[in-house]
Design a protein around this ligand. Structure first.
Ligand SMILES: Cc1cc2nc3c(=O)[nH]c(=O)nc-3n(C[C@H](O)[C@H](O)[C@H](O)COP(=O)(O)OP(=O)(O)OC[C@H]3O[C@@H](n4cnc5c(N)ncnc54)[C@H](O)[C@@H]3O)c2cc1C
Length: 388
């Protein structure tokens, strides 16, 4: 693909956040949009994630946006003209303590008040939804039917193809190495393949976006944290046909429609030593495998003896309050951030559209302005009690 020296906007990162941003910029009428990706599309966290989406959050903003994500996911295959492997059978949250149960009740109240019809389930109802589940030690359950998951590769690829149809130019294996700047404004992007002059840059480099921002002299608190995950051999569908999640112990499990069970948890649960800050090493560990298979066997006893066939890791894009970092840098006109705070699969399409609206229309149809990272300098952190 020939190299163009100028663009109306350059998006950095070919994961869900970047690809959706590029697609919506072009769809909303921007002519010359270029996306740069240092590896292949979906090679970052997007291609390695559990690809679930939910509106069952514990903070108002996340519930509103989560609901918008579901509305979007339900029509994404039609919009993008490709199957995205959508599967909706809800998130089933399990409480193992009275404290968690109380948190569930509060979350449900807030969710219901914002139009998300989540509800508590009896043990019998939970068993009916998830026949393989072990009820021992559980205190209660809640569920929301429209939560679900999709195929991360298909979804990212569908955005890529739709973006290309809208005229977006995508350069893979192109590493952003710096920026052209005048005082207070971005003027271009430098890469290992050449430079592109532009007045608008959108940094959607996920876990690496703090590093990319640093190339422009900006200190924006995003770093990577390695999270591991595995997939089992396919077993008869119906062991856990809903997405199952608990905050303590921290785990999630889902059975894909072809029978394989995917399971993961946060690193603090199995790493013997604290992960070094900015740990970008994508290995995977025996500790995780041992810890996670133990939990899976307890929660879903029918999985005892089945084989784990793949194990891998990916980088969570971590921010100080585990919430998105979105907006234009106050000290660098034209330099935008679009970082999800570790929910970029579900959030990507909506965040991409909102950032495109903000850039092109100067306003957004959903309230994303609270996600600007200037909140940290004011000592403000967004609180959500539904994050593991
Ligand atoms: C195990 C695991 C499970 C998860 N489960 C879920 C889930 O169920 N639901 C959910 O919503 N989220 C989940 N997440 C989080 C989610 O995957 C991420 O938040 C999301 O993929 C981030 O998307 P992104 O586009 O911002 O980043 P990425 O997909 O990481 O893409 C960023 C891209 O930027 C590129 N890049 C970096 N530096 C440069 C540079 N200098 N030049 C050019 N390109 C560059 C990278 O190569 C990368 O491809 C999970 C993550 C992991 C690891």
């Amino acid at each position: 693909m020939s190299w163009q020296r100028t663009a109306d906007a350059v998006v950095i990162g070919g994961g869900m956040m970047g690809m959706a941003t590029a697609y919506y910029l072009a769809k909303l009428g921007m002519k010359d949009v270029v996306l740069l990706e240092k590896n292949t599309v979906a090679s970052g966290a997007t291609g390695r994630c559990a690809a679930a989406f939910r509106s069952t959050w514990g903070g108002e903003l996340n519930i509103i946006l989560g609901k918008a994500c579901i509305d979007k996911y339900e029509h994404l295959s039609e919009e993008l003209g490709m199957d995205i492997g959508l599967y909706q059978n809800g998130y089933l949250f399990i409480a193992y303590s009275d404290e968690q149960l109380e948190n569930f009740r509060k979350c449900i109240k807030l969710q219901n008040s914002l139009g998300v019809p989540s509800r508590m389930l009896s043990h019998d109802e939970a068993k009916e939804l998830c026949p393989g589940i072990n009820l021992n030690g559980t205190k209660g359950f809640y569920w929301h039917k429209r939560d679900g998951h999709a195929d991360p590769m298909l979804t990212n690829f569908a955005h890529q193809e739709a973006a290309k149809r809208e005229g977006v130019v995508i350069h893979k294996f192109t590493d952003v190495t710096g920026f052209k700047m005048t005082e207070g404004a971005v003027k271009g992007v430098c890469t290992d393949k050449g430079d592109i002059d532009t007045n608008i840059v959108i940094n959607a480099a996920g876990a690496w976006s703090g590093r990319v921002a640093a190339l422009a002299g900006l200190s924006i608190p995003v770093h990577g944290e390695r999270h591991e995950i595995f997939a089992t051999e396919p077993v008869e569908f119906g062991v856990c046909p809903t997405f199952v999640m608990s905050y303590d112990p921290d785990f999630y499990m889902q059975q894909r429609p072809h029978g394989s069970i995917i399971a993961g948890c946060g690193p603090s649960r199995y790493r013997k030593e604290a992960a070094p800050f900015n740990d970008y090493e994508m290995g995977h560990s025996w500790n995780f495998l041992e810890h996670m298979t133990g939990i899976m066997n307890k929660v879903l006893p029918r999985t005892k003896g089945i084989r784990v066939v793949r194990q891998w890791s990916g980088m969570y894009d971590i921010t100080p309050d585990m919430q998105p970092v979105i907006g234009e840098a106050e000290e660098m006109k034209g330099f935008w951030m679009n970082v999800s705070g570790s929910r970029g699969f579900m959030f990507g399409p909506v965040a991409g559209e909102m950032v495109a609206e903000q850039i092109i229309l100067g306003k957004t149809s959903l309230p994303i302005e609270k996600f600007h990272w200037s909140r940290y300098a004011r000592g403000e952190f967004l609180v959500d009690t539904a994050i593991a």
